[in-house]
Ligand binder design. Structure first.
Ligand SMILES: [Zn+2]
Length: 110
């Protein structure tokens, strides 16, 4: 059963094939500021509609998207190289409950 979500203003709509089994809590210089809880999916299984703006930094391998209206981080995707996955901010999913899902700490401090 598909899982849906949206940014705060509703401009960006997300549809995923199912709930993630776990989400990542990463401490890199960006995630520690934005507090994403990232779920990973093959890009072809994710549907995202609505305008987003990409933030590109560091090694320029991924674009980190947010809603330009309300500012919510929505997803990241590759800028070229095929990773076979993309990241979706699970905080935007309807009914997301951090206490009810496995949270894996990623140590990417630097
Ligand atoms: Zn929005």
């Amino acid at each position: 059963m598909p899982v849906r979500g949206s940014c705060h203003c509703g401009n960006v709509q997300i549809e995923l094939p199912e709930w993630p089994a776990w989400v990542a809590d990463c401490n890199c210089s960006l995630c520690r500021r934005t507090a994403w809880r990232t779920a990973y999916y093959p890009p072809e299984t994710v549907r995202i509609t609505g305008e987003t703006k990409a933030y590109i930094w560091g090694d320029r391998m991924i674009g980190i998207h947010h809603c330009p209206t309300c500012g919510c981080g929505t997803h990241w995707d590759t800028l070229g190289e095929d990773f076979g996955k993309m990241g979706v901010n699970a905080r935007l999913l309807d009914g997301f409950d951090e206490a009810a899902i496995e949270v894996r700490k990623f140590d990417n401090r630097g």
